[in-house]
Design a protein around this ligand. Sequence first.
Ligand code: ADP
Ligand code: MG
Length: 243
Amino acid sequence: MIQIANLTKRFAGTAVLDGIDLDIEQGEIIVVIGPSGTGKSTLLRCLNFLEHPDAGQLTLGDLQVDVTRASRRDILAARRRTAFVFQNYALFANKTALENIAEGLIIVNRWPKDKAHARAREILERIGLADKADAYPASLSGGQQQRVGIGRAMAAQAEVILFDEPTSSLDPEWVEEVLGLMKQLAAERQTMLVVTHEMGFAQDVADRVVFMEGGRIVEQGPPAQLFQSPQDPRTRDFLRKVL
Ligand code: ADP
Ligand code: MG
């Protein structure tokens, strides 16, 4: 359903993504791991055109794009097919939880306000925050803010939700509730591409773990295989440090 072919991104002449090939099936949960500075965020950001890739082909559902020729319309179409969950939540501080979830539906999908708010209320139920509809982000815990961030991504009904270290900014006490919501989505077979250092989540939830280093995919496989019998010395070295 999602195909990434030869995705390349350079910053100041240095290839930060060096020809990434990755296919993702509908309903698949992929966890991306690897040292910092290795291009994991850039990979996610290129799929959403938060960064413009320098080369590659992307297939996102019924959309096919040669990134070097991507039109404004292609970029908007790619954004509609990929929803992003940020490490720092990236909520609108001056909007309530309900408005944060409804905003994309109103602006991007051009839904009438009433319909978008009704949908946002359903999402608030699903993420366990029905009683926080009118709360502003500053009055919510980090865990609640990130659940709103995930709710906003759920509302978009994208082909894939891209999570960039969704629990890395959280105080430890909130990590489990956010991972719990992500597990709920995984159980519903929401297609997800998750960058995280939470190896327990990767073990329990991922269909496939992808190890990246230096802008390349070094090794990938089911979690049991990748964690218990990594083939590449770079994977072994990384896992020795984090497990
Ligand atoms: P990761 O998420 O794996 O830690 P990133 O994708 O954030 O890695 O970054 C990969 C490399 O690209 C790093 O060396 C980083 O400094 C560089 N980089 C990321 N974004 C930019 C940018 N906007 N301009 C220049 N260099 C960048
Ligand atoms: Mg990153």
